[in-house]
Design a protein. Structure first.
Length: 134
């Protein structure tokens, strides 16, 4: 059965380095996407890379963008983001701003987050499902 997945940036970085992470968690028939904020994080990685790694990293990002659809930060994502911001504020928690945007994108598009980041605690957020890769 196909699943609706959204890849966290860490999964893509792990894939760039090892090539194995995504294949372990994604089936051929899964519907996979990335959040627009993930494009920003990947682009920052290209810009910050030393000259020795920049070309390889830029080519990797170009391949990702050619293969995986990007979910834009639209009104439904913004509304989900606002609800998650309120939730973490009420709970007195600190969360990464980009992690909350990825979570909001997942909620708005009814996707499960695939991540390598146990510290992000996506499943602690209301309406968010995630799978942590080993």
């Amino acid at each position: 059965m196909a699943r609706r997945l959204i890849l966290d940036t860490g999964v893509l970085i792990t894939t760039e380095r090892s090539g194995a992470a995504v294949h372990e968690a994604i089936a051929d028939d899964d519907d996979v996407a990335i959040a627009a904020i993930t494009v920003a994080e990947l682009s920052a990685g290209v810009a910050l890379a030393d000259e020795r790694h920049r070309t390889h990293r830029a080519e990797f990002v170009a391949r990702i963008l050619a293969l995986i659809p990007v979910v834009v930060y639209d009104l439904s994502v913004a509304e989900a983001h606002g609800r998650l911001l309120a939730q973490v504020h009420r709970a007195g928690e600190r969360r990464g701003a980009h992690d909350l945007i990825i979570a909001a994108t997942a909620v708005a598009t009814r996707r499960t987050i695939v991540t390598t980041d146990r510290a992000a605690r996506f499943n602690d957020l209301p309406g968010v499902d995630s799978v942590v890769l080993a």
